[in-house]
Ligand binder design. Structure first.
Ligand SMILES: *Cc1c(COP(=O)(O)O)cnc(C)c1O
Length: 370
């Protein structure tokens, strides 16, 4: 699905030098590279505060802790996403409220969101799925009306640009009260281990979060709040500092590969190619097709038989996962997610795909379900 080895070969010199510097310095935790990468990312995103942490799941958890969400508070998120989002809601004993998604963008459905709001709702967690932003203008308006926090799960869309109807542009992850991301190796900005970050423009919240990621300490060995141990290590920061200047180029490469696929499938009536919303650029963390003739599973096997990697993101909606089942949920509220899990298939998508590979993959698919 991803080709991290070829990408590494192209940046080997700078990455190797940075990592060697960390090893020589022995500042393995909170060394200079962490601060430098933090500052670089703040500049890139146009945000006041980036708080690096250990992974994208921790980033979500710490963001919710920092906002002071408490047991029983309802947090609304999408039914069609990676489980991390709902996992931390559960861990913190908050009440997850899952809502259906849009069939074309796979992002949170605005009408479903409105319907899910109750007096107990405290926060909305839009997930910018597969690389493009949810409808943030609508989500922010609803949040304002009901006095709710917005936490953007931006693990899959770092680098995407959102344009508001008045023409204002913002980077994905910088529009809500707080945004989170993951630097897991296969993400668009990936390190060589685990990593994550939290973004905010709120000075007070930033201060709270900075202590929370480090055992609740604001002064060494003085623990003012209950925190966690969640730090980005210096080796990962060195890798990320080297890769951040390439992020836009990486996103362009992914878009180019996506356009090749979309063009190749444009006349295939059994395939729906990814929709691109009017308000967000797409950075194609995943390139996800919908197969509408019922042959998705056969295609999955056929591609494997032809040594073409592919994956089903996601095979089970969160509301139906064993860990998250709840009698509050009605199947009739999840008609789109329930349909998508039978139709979606994600194709190889990374920065090193060449025309020959793309053509071969597209031809194999078109020949099978033309
Ligand atoms: C990857 C991912 C996460 C979790 O990130 P980790 O760094 O793996 O903990 C959270 N949300 C979404 C949508 C993701 O894709």
């Amino acid at each position: 699905m991803v080709d991290l080895q070829s990408q590494y070969q192209n940046i080997k010199d700078v990455v190797d030098t940075s990592i060697q510097e960390v090893l020589n310095s022995s500042a393995y935790i909170n060394g200079p590279y962490v601060k430098e990468f933090q500052a670089d990312l703040e500049k890139y995103l146009g945000i006041k505060h980036v708080i690096p942490c250990a992974n994208g799941t921790d980033a979500l958890q710490i963001a919710m802790m920092g906002l002071g969400l408490e047991q029983g508070d309802e947090v609304i998120t999408a039914d069609f996403t990676f489980a991390a989002t709902v996992e931390v809601i559960g861990l913190l004993k908050l009440t997850p409220v899952l809502v259906d998604v849009e069939p074309d963008t796979f992002n949170m459905d605005i009408e479903a969101l409105k319907k899910a709001i109750t007096p107990k709702t405290k926060a909305i967690v839009p997930v910018h799925l597969f690389g493009q932003c949810a409808n943030m203008e609508a989500i922010l308006a609803i949040a304002k009306e009901h006095n709710l926090f917005v936490i953007e799960d931006n693990a899959q869309a770092i680098g995407a640009d959102y344009t508001f109807s008045n023409g204002t542009k913002k980077k994905a992850g910088t529009m809500g009260n707080v945004g989170t991301t993951s630097f897991f190796p296969s993400k668009n900005l990936g390190c060589y281990g685990d990593g994550g970050a939290i973004f905010t423009n709120d000075d007070e919240l930033a201060h709270t979060l900075r202590g929370m990621v480090n055992h609740g300490m604001y002064k060494r060995y003085y623990h003012d709040v209950v925190g966690v141990n969640s730090r980005l290590d210096s080796v990962q920061a060195a890798v990320l500092k080297a890769k951040l200047p390439l992020l836009d180029t990486y996103c362009d490469a992914r878009r180019k590969a996506a356009m090749h696929y979309t063009e190749a499938f444009s006349t295939n009536s059994n395939i729906i190619t990814p929709a691109i919303s009017v308000f967000s650029t797409h950075v194609f963390h995943q390139y996800t097709l919908r197969i509408t003739n019922g042959k998705r599973d056969e295609l999955h096997q056929h591609l494997l038989d032809n040594n073409i990697p592919n994956a089903i993101y996601y095979p089970v909606p969160l509301h139906a996962q064993k860990a998250y089942q709840d009698e509050r949920y009605n199947e009739s509220d999840f008609t789109i997610t329930n349909q998508l899990i039978d139709e979606v298939i994600s194709l190889p998508m990374h920065t090193e795909l060449d025309e020959e590979q793309l053509s071969f993959i597209a031809k194999t698919i078109n020949d099978f379900i033309g």
